[in-house]
Design a protein around this ligand. Structure first.
Ligand code: SAM
Length: 286
């Protein structure tokens, strides 16, 4: 098997196929054996299939294929297809799909994964990590867990707790769907070419929300609106987004035990859910 565990091995393979990494497609190849094994160990659930986004040259795909029942990997860059055929030649449990993941048809990907529960594991293209995450979180597919190598700043936002400076709408959104765990840090020297940002491995263990939610769309609108202007109070932000006066929002806040002048960054996910139910009831009774 061709292994890609050193920068020179990656460069040699790229040279052999006459291709160069495209910065605009987030092509930073992971070539550190330790990091690759750590991600695959965290990312594969025994007996399950794995969906990978952006297999690139196949270094993580190889590790996933060694551990998972099957791997479906979606790659946008056609130039990598002959390379993947070479690096994955030893595996009969890998399917490469040539597509833009943001436009890929989830129903057919799910069929290719065998139709049952699956996990997601990827070294994400950093320029679209948030839309990829959002699409997967909202997909309603039977995903057990998602393990991503991503820009540290995004990983920190996913895992942030109320009151922390990175806590925002992405934190609440992700924590509505999943328990978030930081797995490891990965240095820039583990990639070719080295990215100019720090990287982190984060695992999202999907679980049902630990609270009742009548209207998920309203909850998502509430989260976005709550953090729209971080320096404004929550009541001001919500009064600007919903047909409710500021005093009425303040009334709803005090009813669930919060200060009327509270800011969004102080609320936990459960409190946003409670507020969402309050707003729903208020709008119905109005
Ligand atoms: N998995 C490889 C690794 O760990 O070395 C490559 C990871 S590299 C950070 C991101 C990969 O995602 C590249 O192969 C890139 O071509 C691919 N990619 C970028 N945008 C994509 C998209 N919209 N859909 C699918 N793949 C995409």
């Amino acid at each position: 098997m061709i292994t890609l565990h050193a920068p020179r091995a990656v460069r040699a393979l790229l040279d052999k196929h006459g291709v160069a990494p495209h910065k605009q497609l987030g092509q930073n190849f992971l070539c550190d054996a330790n990091a690759l094994e750590t991600i695959a160990d965290a990312g594969v659930v025994e007996g399950e299939a794995v969906l990978e986004i952006g297999p690139g040259l196949g270094s993580l795909t190889q590790q996933l294929a060694m551990r998972a029942k099957r791997v479906v990997a979606v790659e946008i860059d056609k130039g990598f297809l002959p390379i993947l055929a070479e690096t994955l030649a030893d595996f009969d449990n890998v399917t490469i799909v040539h597509a833009d993941f943001l436009k890929a048809d989830f129903a057919s990907l799910h069929r290719a994964l065998g139709g049952g529960r699956f996990s997601v594991c990827a070294n994400l293209p950093y320029y679209i990590s948030t839309p990829i995450l959002t699409r997967l979180l909202e997909s309603k597919l039977p995903i057990t867990q998602m393990t991503f190598l991503l820009q540290k700043e995004v990983g920190d936002r996913l895992a942030a707790r109320p009151g922390q400076k990175n806590y925002g709408s992405l934190s609440v959104f992700a924590q509505h769907f999943a328990a978030i765990e930081t797995v490891a840090k990965v240095g820039a020297s583990c990639f070719v070419p080295a990215p100019n940002v720090d990287s982190i491995v984060v695992k999202l263990a999907m679980r049902p929300a630990p609270y009742e939610l009548t209207d998920e769309a309203l909850f998502f609108k509430l989260i976005r609106a709550s953090f729209a202007m971080r320096r404004k109070t929550l009541a001001n932000n919500l009064a600007a987004a919903f047909p409710i006066g500021k005093e009425d929002v303040q009334g709803l806040l005090t009813k669930i035990g919060l200060d009327s002048g509270v800011r969004a960054e102080a609320l936990g996910v459960g409190e946003f859910a409670e507020l969402s139910e309050g707003i729903l009831l208020f709008l119905k009774e109005k």
